[in-house]
Design a protein around this ligand. Structure first.
Ligand SMILES: Cc1cc2nc3c(=O)[nH]c(=O)nc-3n(C[C@H](O)[C@H](O)[C@H](O)COP(=O)(O)OP(=O)(O)OC[C@H]3O[C@@H](n4cnc5c(N)ncnc54)[C@H](O)[C@@H]3O)c2cc1C
Length: 502
């Protein structure tokens, strides 16, 4: 099945293109999971995974700052097919080692080409093929591939750099400014005063990891964030292990328990936000004590779940604050000074190192220049089919996971869908599938990818115009609702008029 085909564009690709039935973009948790499902469900298909980095892991390879860990439990962030046997919150090393086992156990390594950055993807209706032009990041050599189907597992943010807002005076600051996404190996924390700008999951992970290793660390936030506090352990898993229940069963039972509880929690956030808010905040007061100003530093203005809620295992962030090794300042930055940061309140925070835990740069489909029959493709002009396919874009699926549940739950669901779709195409003798609005959809309002009333993290809000549009019917949106989609996605009628085959 792995044959050589003539490339459509030869300008920068002197070698003949290599052909695969399916080309998977990215060797992160989505790409590796998708490859696994493909080998299990459609073992006759040829495929390749192209990955620009030097190894697998994606997010868990890119982020190397101290303390880097998941904020989801690994029973649900892990794949449904491979039991997670460690504590629920895992380090990036543990996640990479889990993924490494999936690759080794299923002989996936032979399908992965590292150091291949994809730059262009062009669809030809004449051949019903994608031509993918990549560059070897080590030698600069152009590489060309053709594929019948593109499986986009490139994530949602730019791996090469994080998002750092520009503040006045940054050029005058005598210390060092570091983004957690490009954590320098040579950084000495020793006797340094560190200010971390931001209060999301990254700040919550980094601060306890460096508190005690530097002179002092301050979390500087414009406004408070919600956190959940709990033990980094699942009692039920421990009990089942004591009873020598098989790990496969424990994985499944604990997944069901966690998903059941998350579903109930999400519903409560919508039905009784004030009560949930109080519960979350009281967990923090319990650690910091009644004299700490929890109202000012840990009481958000928005309702719970509008942004991801970071889990703080064993209350480590709050214990760091209680010990005095870390502190929190809630204020706005006026400007950087030579010595640190001047706040709008007039206070100056002295710093030797400023860490900008200010988030990601959203990146739609891996910064790849897409075209269809020679015409550049702007994803902002398309409408999404359930956050997986895009109107007018043939033979392509994007794995965009969940924010309120573990991302990987959707990787497994989308993989089943892709394999079913490819099987259906084979049965029909179709070479091409594209989604299109049906007659009844033509007057449908077209809205932004995510409803900002529902979920509104900064990296999404900054770049919403780059993302495909959403309609007001379940078929034409990414609902972010695992509990509905776990039944809806397997039930999709592939002969619905939204799918056009050729
Ligand atoms: C610090 C951090 C912690 C997180 N913690 C959680 C968590 O606990 N739970 C959760 O559900 N989610 C979490 N997330 C979200 C997380 O990104 C996803 O859960 C998940 O890891 C995404 O996996 P992915 O494989 O889809 O994408 P990524 O991990 O982003 O991997 C994509 C891969 O594609 C490659 N790639 C991209 N473009 C190209 C190209 N043009 N050519 C070749 N290769 C390309 C990249 O190099 C990368 O290796 C976290 C995110 C961050 C940044």
């Amino acid at each position: 099945m792995n044959v050589l085909a003539t490339p459509q564009s030869t300008s920068s690709a002197p070698k003949p293109a290599e052909h695969f039935d399916i080309l998977i973009v990215g060797a992160g948790i989505s790409g590796i999971g998708s490859a696994y499902h493909l080998t299990q469900q459609l073992p006759d298909k040829s495929f390749v995974i192209l990955e620009s980095q030097e190894s697998f892991g994606g997010t868990w390879l890119t982020h190397r700052y101290p303390g880097i860990r998941s904020d989801s439990d690994l029973h649900t962030f892990g794949y449904r097919f491979k039991p997670w046997v460690g504590p629920p919150i895992a380090t990036s090393e543990e996640i990479k080692s889990y993924m490494g086992e999936v690759i080794a156990d299923n002989d996936l390594g032979k399908h992965i080409r590292y150091k291949h950055r994809i730059e262009r993807a062009s669809w030809s209706s004449a051949t019903n093929l994608w031509t993918i032009e990549a560059v070897r990041t080590d030698s600069g050599e152009p590489m060309s591939f053709t594929a019948n189907f593109l499986w986009m597992c490139q994530g949602y943010y730019r791996h090469s750099r994080g998002y750092t807002p520009q503040w006045p005076g940054m050029d005058k600051f005598k210390g060092r400014v570091v983004h957690p996404q490009s954590w320098p190996e040579d950084i000495e924390l020793g006797d340094k005063k560190v200010v971390v700008i931001g209060s999301g999951a990254t700040a919550a992970t980094l601060i306890p990891a460096i508190a005690g290793k530097c002179a002092h660390v301050t979390m500087l936030q414009r406004s408070p964030t919600y956190f959940r506090v709990g033990r980094n352990a699942i009692e039920l898993a421990e009990t089942l292990r004591q009873l020598q229940v098989k790990e496969e069963w424990i994985h499944e039972i604990v997944r069901r328990k966690i998903l059941f509880e998350q579903d109930a929690f999400t519903r409560r956030c919508l039905a009784e936000p004030e009560q949930v808010k109080e519960e979350l905040i009281s967990q923090i007061t319990a650690v910091l004590g009644p004299d700490y100003d929890v109202e000012k530093h840990f009481t958000p203005k928005y309702r719970p779940w509008r942004q991801r809620i970071a889990f703080v295992p064993d209350a480590d962030l709050f214990l760091g604050i209680k010990s005095g090794k870390a502190s929190v300042v809630t204020d706005e930055i006026d400007r950087f000074t030579e010595k640190g940061i001047l706040l709008k309140s007039g206070q100056e925070l002295e710093a030797d190192i400023v860490v900008t835990a200010t988030g990601f740069d959203l990146c739609v489909l891996g910064d790849i220049a897409f075209s269809i029959d020679g015409k550049p493709l702007n994803f902002g002009d398309t409408v999404t089919y359930r956050g997986m396919m895009f109107t007018g874009v043939p033979n392509m699926v994007w794995v965009f996971g969940y924010f309120r549940a573990s991302w990987t739950l959707r990787t497994d669901l989308v993989a089943d869908f892709v394999c079913r779709l490819l099987g259906h195409m084979k049965a029909k003798g179709a070479k091409k599938v594209v989604t299109a609005l049906r007659a009844e959809d033509h007057n449908m309002p077209l809205l932004s990818w995510i409803d900002p009333e529902n979920f509104n993290p900064g990296y999404m809000m900054r770049n919403m115009n780059l993302l495909p549009k959403r309609g007001d019917k379940p078929e034409w949106q990414h609902s972010q609702d695992y509990w509905a989609e776990k039944d809806e996605i397997p039930g999709i009628d592939l002969d619905d008029a939204a799918f056009v085959y050729d």
